[in-house]
Each structure stands twice: as structure tokens, then as C-alpha cells.
Design a protein around this ligand. Sequence first.
Ligand code: NDP
Length: 289
Amino acid sequence: SSNQSVTVIGLGPMGQAMADAFLDNGHEVTLWNRTASRADALVARGAVLAKSVEDAVQANELVVLSLTDYDAMYAVLEPAADVLKGHVFVNLSSDTPEKTRAGSRWITERGGVHLTGGVTVPPAGIGKPESKTFYSGPRAAFDRHRGSLEVLTGTDFRGEEPGLAALMYQIGMAMFWPSMLSYWQAIALAEANGLKAADILSHANDTMLAMPHFLGFYAERIDAGNHEGDVDRLAMGLASVEHVKHTIGDAGVDTSFQSAVVDLFRRAMDAGHAADSFSSIVELLRKSA
Ligand code: NDP
């Protein structure tokens, strides 16, 4: 099998978009999925549906996995454990760094090579070079298959430790979900006051667009261990997040998310950070680790 030939295992929305991108790019594509019918449209485009997982793995050196999580990988690959040797598994299923390290060991013990991937875009972002996927694992295997992987998205190789790509992915998700929750909270507050989501969209966007300034400003200080209260003080921050909580509560909107925010500010006050910047909350979070 040539360099332009790849196996894709797992045909959810992501795996389908990936197989499509490989076909668009002239790759020969072999497929396997638990529910075989999910391959129909791709087979109509020229992909080959393997009869078994063993056949799918043996068809190519490069095997891309796009499954729900790492448990699904064991479920799929266990019956093919004898033929993993010599194949490079690029696992684009997301999971915790710990799970990806264990998965990497499992593949390596069976003679395969494992590259962890963390895809940062939805299916619509697949096939676009401006999209990004984090990778970690053996550098030589990444370099060897980089051309094919760049058919899917741009690549950002983080290092050999297998958990690194998953860590970067989870860092992004740790910011994405609470950010979106803060937006749902803003919309609920707006709606309780007779406004629609569309009415606050421009203000919501301006608020988010101001964030890169804050991220950069505090990154430098935090790396330098500087939580000086010269531009903001935690005591001011606590008053502000309490105003938000009361505004939400007065409108009859659920306050549980904002209560968690207020709780963190209070605990940092109790820890003696009243006159420090609210970035001192990082110290509090680090200590509970
Ligand atoms: P889905 O969960 O929809 O795809 C699941 C795939 O895994 C299907 O092919 C499914 O098979 C298979 N699968 C699940 N469990 C098993 C099992 N026990 N045995 C065999 N096969 C199994 O996920 P997506 O396609 O949406 O995403 C794939 C990965 O990419 C996930 O890890 C996701 O977190 C990640 N990701 C997704 C994004 C998105 O926007 N969708 C964005 C970034 C990352 P079957 O068809 O038979 O059910």
C-alpha cells in the first residue's frame, strides 16, 4: 500500500468527514465501522469497505481511528490484536490524557505505533488547512505520515509523551464549555428581561473579542508569579461577581453557575488575597490539585 493509502475506522460525523477529505485528496481509502451502512455514501465515492477489522488494519500502514472514546478502541481492535504489529494508529478519538497514555501502551505492547490526536474543529472544519489538530507520540511516525494527516487539518506536534495532545485538547474544552455556559447564562438573563439572544449578540461578541487582551496580560504576570493588585483587586472582583449573581437571582434565573464563581472568589478572599489581583485564584485552584 502506498503513502496515499489510508484506513479509516469509525464513521461517526467526524470519521465520515475525514474519509471524504482523503477521497477528495486522491487517497485510496479502506473503511470499517461497527454499523456498516454508515459507509454507503463513501463506498459510492470509491472507498472500500473491509469485511473485518483485521482486513481493514492490514490494508494500510496508516490507520486513522475516529471513535467515541478509547474504550471503543479496545472494543474494535481487541479482535484484531494479532495484526496490529507494524501499523501506525492515529487515534483521533478524544479522551483524557490518562486514557490516551494507557491506549498508547496497549497498542505499543502489541507491536503497533500509536499517535494521539486532539481535533479542535467540528466535522465542517475537516479538510481545511486553517483547522488544527494536536498530535503526540513517536516523532518519526508523525513525520512519516504528516502529509496524509495534513489532508485533514493543520497539525501541531506537541512532543513524544502520548498524553500531550489529549492534554491540549482538554485544556481547550475546559475553556470552551464554561465559556458557552456563561453565554447561556447571559441569554437566560436577557430573556428574563424581554430580550432575545439576537439582541445581545453584538455585545456578547464584543465581550469575547476583548478576552485575548486579558489572556495575554495575565499570562505574563502569572508565569512571573506576579499577582499584584495594581490594576484589579480581588475584593473589587468579589463585589462585581456578587452583583452579577444578584442581577441573575433578581430576574428569577438559576444562579448555580454564578454561585460557583462567587464561591471561588470568596475562598481566595479567605486565603488572604483581598488586595491581590483576581489572578491569585490560580493559586487556589492549583492547591486543590
Ligand atoms: P461519534 O460518537 O458520533 O462516532 C462514534 C463512532 O464510534 C461511530 O463510528 C461508532 O460506531 C463508533 N463506536 C462507538 N462505540 C463503539 C463500540 N463500543 N464499538 C464499536 N464502535 C463504536 O463521534 P464523532 O464522529 O462525532 O466524533 C469522533 C471523535 O472525535 C470523538 O472522540 C469526539 O469527541 C471527537 N471530536 C468530535 C467533534 C465533533 O464536533 N463531532 C469535534 C472534535 C472532536 P457506530 O456507527 O456503529 O455507532
